[in-house]
Ligand binder design. Structure first.
Ligand code: SF4
Ligand code: F3S
Length: 369
């Protein structure tokens, strides 16, 4: 019997055909601004035609593709990335994307526990060998022969190697899984590593952040679910669409930076007036992330908007990088990102951010999305 398609599973859940079309359109719009189907990548079309074709491609994929199996492992983490996803209110783009997946194993979310759930994971790995996406949250300790983190009597290292061997691709969500995060901070007692330090024979997409932005993680998975393609990555294996420009480039306090208006303490007049936080240690100028446009809690806010300097949570070694609550100077340009390229990527990310913000505004006003 053929596997249930994404559309069939949505309709089975009570989503009407009309709502299904609306939802696929929403997903197509967001994905059109982020990661287009590979079939369109090399083509030159007008904007409306391109958008219509993306719409059609998303609808067709949802009607014909089975839900993508996902195995989600957690190692040395705080479960913050999982929590960020589950804290999203529904109905959102994140919920919609989760409907394109079947999460076969998730230590925090699976209803089963103990040997039962470990067996379910083994069964899923066999059934979907070579087809499933492996999502990893948390760092992997290599010290003490890997025994700083064990699940069901097996080390994180063993579990990662085992699950990675049958995965189609791996997504390391959060700074811990991508770059080692807090567990790797000096003196790194467990000898923590990120996934890509260990798995070198499979594609690894890094979605760093503390936590990762839910829409970025789920959007990357959805792109694979619908089109079987991973996004274009930067030199740190981060999707360029979301990590192509700095937080500083999209920051709502940027005009104050340019005008030389800086808060000097967290409670001075400048802080109260929303001035730039650079002199309070903001790492926005050297941090690549989409938080300034997509924001958190359906576009409500992000650290700098809430009055806190950027800590650089999407960059390697951010805990040891220095500068927490200390003034610092930071170079404002990074080689390899051209102004034109940066503007294009920023435009796309701001577009996605606006969609998500509009969704949340409509929701707050009692709208359907
Ligand atoms: Fe925003 Fe920080 Fe840049 Fe100031 S230094 S404009 S607060 S990102
Ligand atoms: Fe992280 Fe800085 Fe954004 S701390 S959430 S990259 S403002």
């Amino acid at each position: 019997m053929p596997e249930e398609t994404i559309a069939q599973s949505l309709i089975k859940k009570g989503v009407s055909r009309r709502d299904f079309l609306k939802l696929s359109g929403l997903l197509a719009t967001a994905m059109g601004l982020t990661m287009a189907p590979p079939v369109l990548a090399a083509e030159e079309t007008t904007k409306p035609l391109r958008s219509a074709r993306i719409n059609h491609a998303v609808l067709e994929a949802m009607e014909t593709k089975p839900r993508l199996p996902v195995i989600w492992l957690e190692f040395q983490d705080c479960a913050g990335c999982s929590e960020a996803i589950t804290r999203s209110n529904s109905p959102t783009l994140v919920d919609l994307v989760l409907n394109t997946l079947t999460i076969e194993y998730h230590e925090t979310l699976s209803a089963a526990a103990g040997f039962q759930v470990e067996q379910a994971k083994e069964d899923a790995m066999q059934k979907y060998a070579g087809k499933y996406i492996l999502v990893v949250e948390g760092s992997i300790p290599l010290g003490m022969e890997g025994n700083y983190c064990t699940i069901g009597g097996r080390s994180a290292l063993d579990l990662l190697n085992n699950a990675a061997s049958g995965a189609a691709a791996i997504i390391a969500t959060g700074n811990c899984a991508a770059f080692g995060g807090l567990p790797k901070a000096n003196p790194n007692p467990t000898e923590a590593k990120g996934v890509w330090d260990i798995i070198t024979d499979k594609p690894v997409v890094n979605i760093p952040g503390c936590p990762a932005i839910p829409e970025v993680t789920t959007g990357t998975i959805a792109n694979y679910a619908l089109f079987g393609a991973l996004p274009e990555l930067d030199s740190l294996n981060r999707p360029k669409t979301f990590y192509g420009v700095t937080v500083h480039d999209r920051c709502l306090r940027r005009a104050f930076y340019e005008a030389g208006k800086f808060a000097k303490s967290f409670d001075d007049e400048g802080a109260k007036k929303g001035w730039c936080l650079y002199k309070l240690g903001c790492k926005g100028p050297t941090t690549y992330n989409a938080c300034a446009s997509i924001k958190w809690d359906q576009g409500l806010s992000f650290p700098i908007q809430s009055g806190h300097p950027c800590l650089g949570c999407s960059e390697p070694n951010f805990w040891d990088g220095g500068g927490f609550y200390q003034g610092q100077s930071a170079p404002l340009d990074r080689p390899g990102v051209t102004a034109v390229g940066a503007a294009v990527v920023a435009g796309a990310a701001i577009g996605v951010g606006n969609i998500l913000v509009n969704q949340s505004k409509k929701k707050a006003q009692g709208g359907a999305e």
